[in-house]
Design a protein around this ligand. Structure first.
Ligand code: SF4
Length: 457
């Protein structure tokens, strides 16, 4: 166990997060320290960071990063940058100077590798060229359907395998919350820029239930779905039918998401999915036939027992199947997932393989004409790596971008939904989380609405 005394600081959060990129949670302790110089260190694995007493947190983090690199022989590619939104500091620099200058600063200030700095520069370049500023009078809307046909081994979302009567009962409350929030939005003159129905797997609902939900949202917020970015996740191919896709398209849904994660049957079985790669192919065929503007695919690098070839084969096939928007996730093994229960340090394994997969994805997608347009990182992600959304130019998801910008009100509906109220004067967001258990969501419905009312007002 290493002990790191961080001098001249009373908050060790950022240092703890940085140490996590190098060491397992139980392999270190960071101890904020200030006062007279430490005269002795209690064990041979104890280190004093920032002996000279600098006040510059970035400078202290650089010193700490170098020490951790020396002790572990590793050099995590994101350098000292620990936040989940690496584009934020990059865009802040771009607002004062050029993208090229930003790339240089990111390497010097955060010690990130050339490859990650150039990735950030590519994303900043895309957003500066293709994405307009936040329309202040408009919010994004997220509605969650917390049901799936089975639960994936890595899942830590509000997702449940539940009987059809639970779906029906849940939908009734969700529609009530939708109507309530629609009235509140109307009182404040808040319109919508985008709608995203996610989960879980929304297409677990029947075609008739999906129709009620989409019509409920359209009426409550007085929108024409065809007039704005409207996405429905149809993540699991075993929930897709032609009737559901036709319903979505007829009602104006422009984007759907079919998320294979892998095109290898053995992997699909290992992660607890109840469908095959052929079902994914069929889902894409039906979606192509229905004619959506954009089909999104999510793929995960680092799934159990997969190597670079498996990943390459999956990505090549998804590109061929016609996805316009592909998000490459690095496996994140969080609390609440089966993988975490079975192997608490799974996320620390396969770092080299996953890094190689991400490199492969960058060259394959670039070659196929995709551009990286949004990025985020998560805790407990293999190698402290990243998730990157790629799109064919112009096919980006504005919802994904706004979520990462943190500068827009997000109206969150349903169990597990996290709404955010943005206060532009203070450049601050307040989170309003609904309960994630779908049964509690129904039981505590009135109490939850009262709380939301208070916040949004
Ligand atoms: S499809 Fe997504 S939400 Fe559903 S169980 Fe799998 S990871 Fe969880």
């Amino acid at each position: 166990m290493y002990r790191f005394y961080i001098n001249n600081t009373d908050d060790d959060y950022h240092f703890m997060e940085l140490a996590r990129a190098f060491l397992p949670d139980d392999g270190f302790e960071t101890i904020p320290y200030s006062g007279s110089p430490i005269r002795y260190l209690p064990s041979e694995n104890s280190y004093l960071v920032n002996e000279k007493g600098s006040d510059d947190r970035e400078e202290i983090k650089r010193e700490f990063y170098r020490l951790l690199s020396e002790l572990t022989g590793t050099r995590p590619p994101w350098g000292t940058l620990t936040g989940v939104r690496p584009l934020k500091p990059a865009l802040a620099i771009c607002s004062q100077s050029s993208v090229e200058e930003m790339e240089k600063v990111m390497k010097e200030r955060y010690l990130m590798t050339d490859a990650k700095a150039s990735l950030i520069a590519d994303i900043a370049d895309y957003q500066l060229g293709h994405v307009s500023g936040v329309p202040w009078e408009k919010a994004s809307l997220y509605a969650g359907i917390p049901f799936c046909p089975t639960r994936c081994a890595y899942c830590s979302f509000a997702s449940n395998v539940a009987p059809a009567e639970d779906h029906a009962a849940y939908l009734e409350n969700l529609l009530k919350e939708t109507a309530y929030m629609g009235r509140l939005a109307a009182e404040h003159g808040t319109g919508l820029e985008s709608v995203y129905i996610g989960g879980g797997t929304p297409t677990t609902l029947t075609a008739a239930q999906l129709e009620r939900l989409i019509c409920g949202i359209s009426e409550a917020f007085d929108i024409d779905p065809a007039g704005l970015e409207f996405t429905v996740e149809a993540g699991r191919p075993d929930t897709i039918t032609k009737e559901k896709l036709d319903t979505l398209r007829r009602l104006g849904v422009s984007r759907i998401s079919i998320n294979p994660q892998s095109m290898k049957d053995r992997t699909l079985r290992l992660i607890g999915r109840d469908h095959t790669a052929d079902d994914i192919r069929e889902g894409y065929r039906l979606a192509g036939e229905t004619g959506f503007d954009v089909i999104n695919a999510d793929i995960i690098a680092g799934l159990p027992e997969e190597d670079e070839k498996d990943f390459t084969d999956t990505l090549a096939e998804i590109i061929d199947l016609g996805a316009d928007n592909i998000t490459i996730h690095t496996l994140s093994v969080k609390k609440g997932s089966r993988l975490k229960e079975n192997d608490p340090v799974y996320y620390r394994k396969n770092v080299e393989t996953v890094s190689a997969m991400l490199d492969i994805s960058r060259s394959m997608l670039t070659e196929a004409g995709f551009r990286p347009y949004y990025i985020y990182r998560q805790k407990h992600q293999t190698g402290a790596l990243e998730n990157v959304g790629w799109c064919r130019p112009g096919k980006h998801s504005i919802y994904n971008i706004r979520i990462m910008e943190d500068k827009q009100t997000i109206i969150g509906l349903g169990a597990g939904a996290v709404g955010k109220v943005y206060y532009p004067d203070e450049d601050r967001l307040e989170r309003i989380a609904n309960v994630s258990n779908y049964r509690l969501y129904s039981e505590r419905f009135d109490e939850m609405l009262a709380r939301k009312n208070e916040y949004y007002r």
